[in-house]
Unconditional design. Structure first.
Length: 116
């Protein structure tokens, strides 16, 4: 016959509940991290695309690339020593809540001969 001591009743239930909560928190943290990495990749792509189009002098393509950037993105464009320099910044909130993660990407592309 199995007997339980009165002070151990429900301990397995509590352990399982705590394990599930821990698993849920780890999953949310993993998803959050993946979303931050994806947003960083998107702003890197945005910076390089805008810099390429800026170097070519294609204002329409620059405007299109800026419009397609993730929401909340700020874009700074400049020209320096024959280069198109683009800096893209985003205060990312991957799950819509929680602390903002400041992300930044910079791209430099040599200006086309007609754009110098």
């Amino acid at each position: 016959m199995l007997s339980h001591r009165p002070d151990e009743r429900g301990s397995t239930t509590v352990e399982v509940a705590l394990g599930l909560v821990s698993l849920l928190l780890a999953t949310v943290a993993g998803v959050w991290l993946v979303l931050v990495v994806v947003l960083q990749a998107r702003i890197v792509d945005t910076a390089s695309e805008i810099a390429r189009q800026e170097a070519r002098g294609d204002r329409v393509a620059v405007a299109r690339a800026e419009a397609e950037a993730p929401a909340g993105t700020t874009v700074e464009r400049s020209r320096d020593r024959g280069l198109a320099v683009v800096t893209v910044r985003l205060d990312a909130r991957p799950l819509g809540a929680g602390p903002a993660v400041p992300l930044q990407a910079r791209a430099r592309v040599l200006l086309e001969p007609g754009e110098r």
